[in-house]
Design a protein around this ligand. Sequence first.
Ligand SMILES: Nc1ncnc2c1ncn2[C@@H]1O[C@H](COP(=O)(O)OP(=O)(O)OP(=O)(O)O)[C@@H](O)[C@H]1O
Ligand SMILES: [Mg+2]
Length: 258
Amino acid sequence: MITVHDLHKHFGGFHAVDGASLSIRPGSITGLIGPNGAGKTTLFNVIAGVLPPTSGRVTMDGEDVTGLPPHTLFHKGLLRTFQIAHEFGSMTCRENLMMVPGNQSGETLWNTWFGRKRIADEERALRAKADEVLEFLTISQIADLKAAEISGGQKKLLELGRTMMVDAKIVFLDEVGAGVNRTLLYTIAEAIKRLNEERGYTFVVIEHDMDFIGRICDPVICMAEGKVLAEGTLDEIKANEHVIEAYLGTGLKNKETA
Ligand SMILES: Nc1ncnc2c1ncn2[C@@H]1O[C@H](COP(=O)(O)OP(=O)(O)OP(=O)(O)O)[C@@H](O)[C@H]1O
Ligand SMILES: [Mg+2]
């Protein structure tokens, strides 16, 4: 579904992504792991059009999508989650969901004057959709709360919910479980699994929590120093000597800086 061919992303002389190649199978939940600074987020940002690559190629369903802007990729069904921005904190959780699908007719002056009925219909449909999403994620109780007031874990679920307001094909999740308690992490994992099974979403998931990865991801791809080190099941990855070496290196570094 997505292929990445010999991708490079340099920041000055620093090679954050250094010749990464990989492919994402349609219908999979692919895990992307690797020590801090491996280049995982940078790789996501290049694939999602947030950053232009230095060189290399990204294709989606066979089409070259290298360097296309995020909104173009969004319309092709490629989404990545973003943290709920501060300015949306004063809106309710339901409103945060309702504003995701762009190009609503309420946005143009013409429609403001001549399309009141249509706007009302669309708003009703959006509201129903948002409520359905909240129910799917088992967080209906936060519908009328301001987004700034909900817990970190609920924000993560709301982020996931935003990807459900449009017809996503492939969703990139960057550390969606970070700072979340076990129970919520489990809820997030279940929501991802259900979206994958029931709605056919393909996922690529960056996460440091190996229980989370092991529970939902197959295959798992491990990156280090901008390169893909290995791909396989989590057990295969854990047994891979290059992977062990890469994690050992940062493990020691972490101890020194701690
Ligand atoms: N805009 C930037 N300018 C300069 N260097 C950057 C920039 N963005 C990332 N880097 C560097 O590129 C390297 C890869 O960063 P990246 O955030 O992609 O790693 P990561 O695998 O997501 O790490 P983590 O697991 O800690 O999130 C890091 O050394 C980082 O400091
Ligand atoms: Mg990162």
